[in-house]
Design a binder for this molecule. Structure first.
Ligand code: BES
Ligand code: ZN
Ligand code: ZN
Length: 491
């Protein structure tokens, strides 16, 4: 399917499906279409009930030029998000009819057209995604060949074309991330994740992927990471990616992603209910890989590095155990209280490695780190934890811009008390509530002095029931957020 944009000439429009979007507190313009079709369309509209509460309405017209119409109500209080939802309705409608060439017009909407175009196409492309590799009957693709945005004046056309082009790249990256997350852990082992990433980026010269095997990880003294890997027969890998903008004096952003390809909890084993969801415990890694997919296509003027520690967390015979004391790569000793608090252990070593090796200007980590973040914030937004107010503010702005919501949580030093150990420098779990914050305080102890933010995506990485356009399975959360952040970081 290809997006196009041209000026609206009502008299010579032929379309399989014409989509008309307006704000829900406004009526359709009576004179949108002149002539015979206009009269007919006004008549149809007058017989229909399309109230403020309705989101969309499909009308089959059987007209010679315009076969059917889809009416869309946008919500002026949440315009861009309602445009993403509209993208979902459009995909849904197309699933029921056989349309090849479709057209889209905004009725009475003139403000922020690029934002609206971006959001509708985002919602559509996200909704059209399906994870069907393992289904025999996987032909869910709709029949659309072209989607044309019709605008009032020719000066808008190049802007809209550019916006849609960028959106297509961005959502391809998000959907790439979703597929990595959706893959089951028997297929996506740590080694397979590394291979897939390496293979994908081998055709992109701006991006350099390196995979460190277990021996090298041992040489780096990443004993916290290795402790988690001990219980599994699948060897761990440390994946690094580098994107070089080619710009002199470019600032450097580092991304770290939790890559637990399956989290059984280890010896502190999880209950079986919903344990299958723990294949998504590498969603942070998938976010980072998705960002690199977008970087390869969109090429911003900022250098970006990524570090992904990848392993399973299983209770094998060699598994690490509660009570064990481990010396992390930076020399800090960690008392293991709960082997299910494994994400912070692999991230501890990955964060200190990232800071020392790459000396970035900022570090962001993405991790499905705690069930508590879901208890606190649900699936509406991710938790934001940071040692730096300026970076926090930029992330909050990026969340506004991208629609991938985020909310700051306190990082007061009192919370650190919960993870003070009697026998080691720190312990890997507290027991006084605020589980997401104590996890973040643990990570903070492995950052020396770089502006850093941790984004806990345990509630937003999959099954976003309140977002139709993301539906079931992995959401690719964070890719759009980071790309929006990168736009603002240079400023
Ligand atoms: N991977 C889980 C967090 C998680 C839970 C992600 C639910 C997605 C959905 C993480 O490794 C974990 O098990 N965290 C524990 C920490 C606790 C043992 C201190 C948790 O949140 O219960
Ligand atoms: Zn766990
Ligand atoms: Zn986990």
């Amino acid at each position: 399917m290809k997006f196009h944009c041209k000026t609206f000439e009502p008299s010579d429009l032929t379309s399989d499906l014409l989509i008309i979007a307006k704000f829900n507190d406004r009526s359709f313009s009576p004179d949108l279409f002149p002539g015979e079709f206009g009269t007919r369309f006004s008549h149809v509209l007058s017989t229909l009930k399309f109230t403020q509460k309705d989101t969309d309405l499909f009308i089959s017209l059987d007209h010679s030029a315009i076969k059917s119409v889809l009416l869309i109500n946008l919500n002026p209080d949440d315009t861009l998000e309602s445009a993403r939802e509209a993208g979902y309705f459009i995909n849904h409608a197309l699933g029921k009819i056989n349309s090849k060439h479709i057209h889209f017009i905004f009725d009475g909407i003139t403000e922020n057209l690029t934002g609206l175009v971006r959001s509708v196409s985002e919602g559509f492309l996200l909704a059209a995604y399906s994870f069907a590799e393992f289904k025999k009957d996987n032909k869910r693709e709709n029949s659309v060949k072209s989607w044309t945005f019709l605008v009032e004046s020719a000066v808008q056309v190049p802007q809209i074309r550019k916006t849609v082009g960028n959106t297509v790249h961005l959502i391809k990256a998000v959907n790439y991330s979703r597929t990595l997350s959706n893959l089951p852990s028997n297929v996506l082992t740590p080694g397979a994740l590394a291979e897939k990433i390496k293979e994908h980026f081998s055709s992109h010269p701006q991006i350099n992927v390196k995979v460190l095997q277990k021996k090298k990880i041992e040489a780096l003294n990443m004993n916290a990471f290795l402790a988690v890997a001990q219980g599994s027969d699948a060897p761990p890998v440390l994946i690094t990616m580098i994107y070089q903008s080619g710009k002199k004096k470019a600032k450097k952003l580092a991304l770290v992603g939790k890559g637990i390809t399956f989290d059984s909890g280890g010896i502190s084993i999880k209950p079986s209910a919903k344990m299958e969801e723990m294949k998504y415990d590498m969603a942070g890694a998938a976010t980072v890989a998705g960002v690199f997919h977008a970087l390869a296509d969109l090429r911003p003027d900022l250098d970006v590095v990524a570090v992904i520690p990848a392993t399973e967390n299983l209770p094998g015979g060699k598994a690490y155990k509660p009570g064990d004391i481990i010396t992390a790569a930076n020399g800090k000793t960690i008392e293991i209280i709960n082997t299910d608090a494994e994400g912070r252990l692999i991230l501890a070593d990955a964060l200190s490695y990232t800071e020392k090796k790459f000396r970035p200007d900022w570090i962001l980590d993405f991790a499905t780190l705690t069930g508590s973040v879901y208890a606190a914030l649900g699936s509406e937004c991710a938790g934001l934890f940071s040692n730096n107010d300026e970076l926090s503010a930029k992330l909050r702005q990026a969340a506004e811009d991208s629609g991938e919501k985020i909310w700051p949580m306190p990082m007061w030093s009192r919370y650190h008390k919960q993870i003070e150990s009697k026998v080691a420098d720190i312990k890997n779990a507290g027991n006084g509530g605020a589980g997401s914050i104590t996890a973040a305080k643990f990570l903070e102890a492995f950052i020396e002095n770089t502006p850093w933010a941790h984004i806990d995506i345990a509630g937003t990485a999959y099954d976003l029931k309140s977002r139709n356009y993301l539906g079931e399975g992995a959401s690719g959360y964070g890719v759009r957020l980071v790309m929006a952040l990168i736009k603002n970081l240079g400023r």
